[in-house]
Design a protein around this ligand. Structure first.
Ligand code: UD1
Length: 371
């Protein structure tokens, strides 16, 4: 008997989560896989470059939904995905993370009675102003199989009434990818180091793209002002997300100091090389809070909350809130070598995807639906 599994991915943070799962399943007998890209992210640096870096198969189908409001984007994925699922009749669809494509995929499947697996289930920021939080809550309600990366995630799901039998604590698939590609990323370091003229631990890496930080003119202007100030202490490398780039341009905000490098978004390997060698990271990304925690690199998160509290309790992450000026004190602390050590995080060990593959192949597909 063969199992047909469709993976639905759409945005940058999905790709590094799906890659190890596809790889682990490809080693199992009787598993047929189809990769569908919704096209939520479509720029070369936001999408295609990752398929090369992650050595992922190219998507068999691209729905090319592109940008739009949340309703438009989510609806467009649903409308374009449905006929493929009706036609291909998969046994299971896998969705990843918390982007609009994740929820859209889960919704279509639930109406077609196709079992859905959610990888990275149970994360909660408890902040419903974040579109991702709505996507997480609803996807988890619809999923038949929920793969979690931390004990807190399981607690969140149980509190929301998800039956325990549907939940599997498997670990962190992003860390699978990071571990697998760390040596390859290291090969990229000399080029990055000479590109920016920086030594290991001699620079700060910045990424910002959340609407709460980049959509308001005054917040973005304050961020750029503080980054200028920080760049007098330490060189800054800031790969700029298209949303942030657009808002910087619309508001006439330009980088000032020679020590502040705003560059195009980077591929996975180049970015990982920089992350590994950074003295510190300033970010509002979810995944980067996890990667820095694993790498032991100090991380200052420009958000009021995090859906990944384990990066604070066991990792190297600190929540700064929305006032970037308060990073200055923390940066002095980091540069004088006073930062807490990372701890080992359970099951962030490089084998999460293997655990997922094992659970999928060893279960009767019908039984997921009946849970
Ligand atoms: C999406 C995810 C977010 C994730 C982020 C990572 C949702 C709700 N949000 O946010 O959780 O952290 O991806 O990047 O799904 N754009 C381009 N080229 C692209 C993609 C986007 O120019 O390839 C521009 C478009 O103008 C678009 C804007 O960026 O309107 C935002 O893109 P969108 O996919 O809507 O959300 P992100 O902010 O990327």
């Amino acid at each position: 008997m063969s199992i047909h599994i469709i993976h639905v991915v759409g945005a940058r943070p999905n790709f590094m989560k799906a890659a190890p799962v596809i790889n682990a399943l490809s080693k199992r007998e009787g598993v047929v896989q189809t990769l569908i890209h919704t096209g939520q992210h479509y720029d070369l640096e936001m999408s295609e470059i990752f398929f090369n870096d992650l050595q992922m198969p190219k998507p068999a189908i691209n729905l090319e939904v592109g940008s739009g409001s949340h309703a438009q984007q989510t609806a467009e994925v649903m409308i374009r995905l449905e006929p493929y699922l009706c036609d291909l009749k998969p046994d299971l669809v896998m969705v990843y993370g918390d982007v609009n494509s994740t929820l859209a995929g889960a919704l279509v499947c639930s109406k077609l009675l196709i079992p859905v697996a959610h990888v990275e289930a149970g994360l909660r920021s408890f902040d419903r102003t974040m579109p991702e939080e709505i996507n997480r809550l609803l996807t988890d309600q619809l999923a038949d199989l929920l793969f979690t990366h931390s004990a807190e995630a399981e607690e969140n799901l149980l509190r929301e009434g998800i039956p325990r039998e549907k939940i599997h604590f498997v670990g962190n698939v992003m860390i699978d990818t990071l571990k697998a590609l760390l040596l390859k990323a290291e090969e990229k370091w000399p080029l990055q180091s000479s590109r920016f003229g920086c030594d290991s631990k001699g620079f700060a890496l910045v990424t910002l793209h959340r609407p709460s930080n980049v959509d308001s003119q005054s917040t973005l202007a304050a961020i750029m002002k503080t980054l200028n100030e920080i760049s007098r202490k330490i060189k800054i490398i800031f790969p700029v997300h298209p949303r942030t780039r657009k808002n910087l341009e619309a508001n006439g905000l330009k980088p000032e100091g020679a020590n502040l490098h705003l560059v195009d978004p980077m591929g996975y390997l180049d970015f990982l090389a920089l992350q590994t060698h950074a003295a510190l990271v300033i970010t509002d990304s979810g995944g980067i809070q996890e990667e820095t925690s694993y790498l032991g690199v100090p991380c200052l998160t420009l958000r009021e909350n995090t859906e990944r509290p384990i990066t604070i309790t066991c990792g190297t992450n600190v929540l700064i809130g929305n006032n970037i000026a308060s990073t200055l004190g923390y940066i002095n602390q980091i540069l004088s070598g006073k930062w807490r050590e990372k701890k080992v995080i359970p099951l962030w060990d490089g084998y999460a995807a293997e655990r997922i593959a094992e659970i999928i192949v060893s279960r009767s597909l019908k039984s997921w639906q009946n849970l």
